[in-house]
Ligand binder design. Structure first.
Ligand code: GDP
Ligand code: K
Ligand code: MG
Length: 298
């Protein structure tokens, strides 16, 4: 390892749906953080590790910074805001627009209070027809926050992401390779499985239900003949939701289960036997005890 090897921690922030998980997944070329078109898909701090010959970047895919509405919301906000001070670089992902809402103002206020260098990443530029417009987005953001660097990218089309990496390395200290180069995440397989099941539920169910859903993996055990037995619970807030999640004759639960199973099999590289159960826990998002149970605490 040469003496210019750099390494450090990068916090990825931005409002829900700007493409944080997409960016992470494309960088490491493997699906770790789940993505969907519904906000607040990412609830936990997920570490992804990017390694190349320049060094190693450890990304924290933080939940969105926003005003908390309940205990789960408070938890997510705390995770995000605490990370800002501890990292070497903050990456702030935004939509390609001059419209700066209360959410962005709130994020800018938090960022102006920390010394950590902030790189503004304007994502989804593949959707911008007139590339000159990008300059107006840049100027709008310059008005509310001080940036070390600004870079327009497309996470989905992998456009400019290497330039973004170069800019990140510029602000990282020389340091050790923290993780083995095959490591792409420190998320235990159990948690990844739970997130994959939750992702399928989010995608297949209609809009009103997903926010109240949590998934717990109760059992994950390998059989002698290379089959992984997994038992998981989908937790929802209402009896009526339970009925919808199960579906007519169990059809919806079956759909969620087989979609999730296929992806878990890809990740584990072995056959999976997945059993799903649906449970009702009223108001779980307002109960600290339940939240601990479902893994939302540190
Ligand atoms: P997160 O909530 O910030 O993690 O956002 P996601 O990664 O889940 O992405 C939200 C939605 O935006 C998904 O439908 C993505 O496919 C889409 N998206 C993400 N990046 C891009 C991009 O560069 N271009 C376009 N057109 N869509 C994107
Ligand atoms: K999302
Ligand atoms: Mg996400």
């Amino acid at each position: 390892m040469d003496h210019n090897y750099k390494s450090g921690f990068v916090s990825l922030i931005g409002r829900p749906n700007v493409g944080k998980s997409t960016l992470m997944n494309h960088l490491i070329g493997q699906k770790i953080a789940i993505t969907s078109d519904k906000p607040q898909t990412t609830r936990n701090k997920i570490q992804t590790v990017y390694t190349d010959d320049r060094g190693q970047i450890i990304f924290l895919d933080t939940p969105g910074i926003h005003k908390a509405k309940n205990k789960l919301g408070e938890y997510m906000v705390n995770v995000a805001e605490h990370t800002l001070k501890e990292v070497d670089v903050v990456l702030w992902l935004v939509e390609p627009t001059t419209f700066i809402g209360a959410g962005e103002q709130h994020i800018a206020e938090q960022l102006n209070q920390v010394k950590t260098p902030v790189i503004l990443v304007i994502n989804k530029i593949d959707t911008v027809k007139n590339q000159e417009e990008i300059l107006t987005f840049i100027n709008a953001y310059k008005d509310i926050c001080k940036f070390a660097e600004i870079v327009p990218v497309s996470a989905l089309k992998d456009k400019n992401t290497d330039l973004m990496l170069e800019l990140i390395y510029k602000y990282l200290p020389e340091g050790p390779q923290y993780y083995d180069e095959d490591t792409v995440t420190d998320q235990p397989m159990r948690q990844i499985s739970a997130e994959l099941i939750r992702e399928k539920a989010l995608r297949l169910l209609n809009d009103e239900i997903p926010h109240g859903i949590a998934v717990t993996v109760e059992k994950m055990k390998e059989r002698d003949n290379k089959i992984m037995d997994i038992e998981a619970n989908i937790i929802c807030e209402r009896e009526s939701h339970k009925g919808i999640i199960i579906g007519k004759g169990g059809s919806m639960l079956k759909k969620i289960g087989s979609a999730a199973r296929r992806e878990i099999e890809d990740q584990l590289e072995m056959k999976v036997n997945l059993q799903l159960w649906v449970k009702v826990r009223k108001e779980w998002r307002d109960s600290e005890l339940y939240m601990k149970n479902y893994g939302y605490s540190q």
